[in-house]
Structures are given as C-alpha cells and as structure tokens.
Write a protein that binds this ligand. Structure first.
Ligand code: BG6
Ligand code: MG
Length: 220
C-alpha cells in the first residue's frame, strides 16, 4: 500500500493545551507589567518557550537580566504544569484519536513533531504515546519552528523524504516550517490565520470521508 509519514504537532492539534499556554503566558506577562493580547498569542503558537519569552519582552519593550529571564521561564512552566495537572483522555481534540487509529490500521508511519519540552509526559497522560513510532520534541531540537528541523528530524527517523510527508499544524510558524521542508501542510484552526497551509480544517472531524487515502495520493 501507498505510504507517507504522518507528522503531528501536539499543542492545539492533538490536545487542547494551547489555551493553557496562553493563560500561563498572560499571567507571566502581567507579572512583568506587560499587556499581552490574543493576537500576539497567535504568533507564539508553535514557538519555543525561550523564543516566546523573548517576543513578549520585545513587545512590552522590557529588558531583564539573564537570571530573571531564566526564573520567568521556570515560572511560566510551573504555572502551565499546574494548569494541565488534570489533563486526560477527554482533552484529546475531536476526531484525533480515531484518525490516529485509522492510520495505525493502515500501517502508516506516525510521528510527533512538537516544540514542547513537555510533550512526552503529556502523551503519557493522554494514553496515546504508544501510537507514535517516532517522537521529536523540544528536548531534541536546536532550531525552533518556523525552522523545519523538528519535522525533518521526524521524517528522517521514519525513513521518508519530506515530499512523502504530511504535517498537521495549528500554528502559523508550524505551517511555515512544513512548507519550507516541502511537506504537505494541513492546518487545524482558522483558515484566515493558517492561509499558508495546503488545506485547513476546524477539526479532524471536518475532514471528508477517506481523507487519509486522499492524502496518500496527494502531492505537494
Ligand atoms: C508549542 C506551543 O507546542 O510548544 C507553544 O504551541 C509552546 O505555545 C511551545 O510555547 C513550548 O512548549 P513548552 O511546553 O516546552 O513550554
Ligand atoms: Mg501547536
């Protein structure tokens, strides 16, 4: 059977954690007297923890010492971990679990390509870690999205060319990373925000019947 490497972002694609990242960043920004909006947050989706804090400081025109910078990153992560403490299978976004199981049934290779350093424990909490053949997360890469390193690393480990890979992303930075790598980019979210993606759906449940087969025969 026809095969492709199916690479999934985590936050906002598999699980509804994007809102918790937003809340944690908003509290962090407030602690620095910086006003942080939902529009700005859109630009932080898919962006690493360190680059996110740099951007918030830039927007707020604030400078802090390296020591305070580190402690603010720790503070944000503690806040975030507190918010996701009760995360479980019910937080998996609509249709994702079935989609993953369908890929498994078709013996398609599956990878995670996430910027998050919390990706592995989150997948464990959700009980779906074993569905992934390869996991590349924020602990494995040096360059953050929109650099394609995370996705290139995933498809290389699976033994596929970028042209034979499909990426599912909810962030502008992630869609750009997939496009730069020459991979098919499927956006999950608002088409006016993810307008660079090859196709956009609000949820996996909005994909047409047999969409996996459509993707298998699709070229970039
Ligand atoms: C991405 C999120 O998946 O991971 C970002 O979209 C987040 O919002 C980034 O900042 C890094 O996550 P973490 O868990 O390592 O702070
Ligand atoms: Mg995301």
């Amino acid at each position: 059977m026809n095969k492709k490497a199916f690479i999934f972002d985590l936050d906002g694609v598999i699980v509804d954690t994007a809102k918790f990242h937003f809340i944690a960043w908003q509290r962090l920004a407030a602690s620095l007297d910086i006003n942080f909006t939902e529009e700005e947050n859109e630009q932080l989706k898919g962006v690493s923890r360190v680059n996110s804090l740099k951007k918030i400081l830039q927007w707020g025109k604030k400078e802090i010492s390296p020591e305070v910078f580190q402690s603010k990153m720790d503070q944000k992560n503690e806040e975030y971990l507190e918010l996701i403490k009760t995360l479980d299978v019910k937080d998996i976004l609509p249709g994702v679990h079935d989609f993953l199981l369908e890929l498994k049934a078709k013996e398609q290779p599956i990878a995670l390509g996430s910027a998050s350093k919390n990706a592995r424990p989150i997948l464990e909490k959700l009980g779906i870690k074993d569905l992934f053949d390869v996991i590349v997360d924020g602990t494995n890469v040096t360059k953050a999205k929109p650099d394609p390193e995370v996705f290139l690393n995933a498809c290389e480990q699976l033994g596929y060319d970028p042209q034979e890979s499909v990426v599912f992303e909810d962030s502008v930075a992630g869609v750009q990373a997939a496009n730069t790598a020459g991979m098919i980019s499927i956006g999950l979210g608002d088409p006016s925000i993810l307008n660079e993606a090859d196709e956009v759906f609000a949820h996996f449940t909005d994909m047409p019947q047999d969409y996996i087969n459509t993707l298998l025969s699709k070229n970039k």
